[in-house]
Design a protein around this ligand. Sequence first.
Ligand SMILES: Cc1cc2nc3c(=O)[nH]c(=O)nc-3n(C[C@H](O)[C@H](O)[C@H](O)COP(=O)(O)OP(=O)(O)OC[C@H]3O[C@@H](n4cnc5c(N)ncnc54)[C@H](O)[C@@H]3O)c2cc1C
Length: 365
Amino acid sequence: MKIAIMGAGLSGLACAVTLERLGVEPVIFENRNRPGDRFVNGEILLSALNRPVNDCIAYFSEEYNIYLKPVGNIRKAVIYSENEKAVVEGHLGFSNIRGRNPDSFDNQLAGQVKSEIIFNSTRTYEQLLQEYTHVVLATGDASYASRIQNFQEDLTVTLRGATMEGDFDRFTVYAWMDYYLSPKGYGWLIPISEKEASVVIGYPDYPENQKTPSEIYWERFYERVCRDLGQHLKIMDTFQVTRYLFGIVERPRLGNTFFVGNCFGSIMPFLGFGQFPAILTGVYAAYDLCGEGNYEELTRQLRKSYYNGLALRRGLEKLDNPQLDLMVKSMNTHWGGKVLNSSYDYLKWIGLFLRPLVASEGRRV
Ligand SMILES: Cc1cc2nc3c(=O)[nH]c(=O)nc-3n(C[C@H](O)[C@H](O)[C@H](O)COP(=O)(O)OP(=O)(O)OC[C@H]3O[C@@H](n4cnc5c(N)ncnc54)[C@H](O)[C@@H]3O)c2cc1C
């Protein structure tokens, strides 16, 4: 068995670490010149989205021998709508760094891999299929899966963000659910140190949203963030991701190709989080390759979560700003703390409840 992994990101590296642990050495092909060679960005692992797991970092190390160090544990989430503000406290999850930072998850995982990583690779999927018995597609996008008609696309999203300098509490994250700032989407601030934070907005590419240039949304959002934090934040580097695709593969394994991470459809459409499922799909593909499980079965739960997340997203998109105000106001109550803190999977049940409503409108969920 000769295994090629295409992409040295979260899912590809998690797959490699697991294969090695099971005694198989893959070759990893990465088209950039080092691991995590992309813009630096703060991301989070939110426990409420990964139930029944409460502590994702402990779960990865206990269950899969994957050791990750977050930037901090999240003790507080401050959520703003147009006119309301909620503060939810508890053990809400972890924040971490991605990209060109030595402490990024990408670099941490690369440090755990012993197999060869071929950087600046120009090898195509078709070439790898010729040379290897199995290919794990982990390129962080669905282009190959779409090209071979194995991917159902649900929406694309514009993401615009920056690293900003200011004074931050590493244990507090912020979100803005205000459709004037990011229509049908939301914005967030994730500290990556006491002095730097990632500030990002994301919204779906619906025609009505695209009538306004992303620059305008970005300026509005920046002003609002500065106002709510009571600071003049200094913009360091900026980034924009266009047409970031949310969707899911029809067949997670096709012949001897495994689709992992975003190639599988790991981005959960509700809030666009994909790190946890990306790592899991990498591990599961390795299990199948080593005869320790069946990839399709192992990913079934992630597929269900995807559709639940899609129903939640469709439900969220139906709201307007006054309704978002009500939602955020209600989060200040016991209810808000419960949804984000409890080990009970409230979001799953809300998603399941919404699915028939969304489906009855002829939308795919
Ligand atoms: C701005 C932004 C914010 C996000 N915030 C969060 C968050 O807060 N929480 C969360 O859980 N998720 C978040 N996500 C989603 C999360 O980052 C992804 O779901 C996750 O990184 C997917 O992992 P992956 O392995 O599929 O892809 P990646 O980790 O992106 O890795 C893909 C790798 O493949 C390489 N590659 C690409 N093409 C080729 C090729 N042709 N040949 C060889 N190599 C190739 C790339 O260079 C890269 O190294 C965010 C995403 C973005 C864009």
